[in-house]
Write a protein that binds this ligand. Structure first.
Ligand SMILES: [Zn+2]
Length: 64
């Protein structure tokens, strides 16, 4: 097996440099910060990059 293994151990890669976490979005209605990915956050996606918090989602009747 001569296949080069992926560089697993070495210098800490600077791959992740963005300070902005993609898991944090804002409610399009009340601008509340929501964390996507956890069910407890209550973020409801209604567009490609649009989210409602649970409260706004129910207010606009978006809860499914
Ligand atoms: Zn909201």
């Amino acid at each position: 097996m001569d296949a080069p293994l992926a560089i697993s151990t070495g210098m800490p890669g600077p791959t992740v440099s963005s300070p902005i976490t993609l898991d944090i979005v804002r409610c399009s209605r009340c601008q509340q910060s929501l964390s996507v990915g956890t069910q407890s956050s209550g973020a409801v996606q209604f567009g490609m990059n649009s989210y409602y918090c649970n409260r706004c989602a129910s207010k606009v009747g978006f809860v499914r």
